[in-house]
Write a protein that binds this ligand. Sequence first.
Ligand SMILES: [Ca+2]
Length: 99
Amino acid sequence: MAIMCCFQVNPNREMTVEEFKARLLQFETDHDGRVSHDELKEALQSLRVWFPWWKARQVMKVADTNHNGQIEGAKEIEKLVNYAQQQLHMKIHGSHDRW
Ligand SMILES: [Ca+2]
């Protein structure tokens, strides 16, 4: 896909919350503003996270607080970011307040 070439994030590099969110939105293919398990899996895969399917499942368990199968809204996304930082050891920083 053409859009992929313009937005490369080095997975070993530190990134901001905004960059992480942008990365997620890149894989948010149905453009409903929410991130499904499959979309999350694709995003994790692109960040070279091991076992992306399983990790995405773990993230959904933690972050999908209303259990609708989608990560949406500031609260759920904040949980997703926290999980990525703490469990996936991604170097994401920046304020969560802006979400
Ligand atoms: Ca949800």
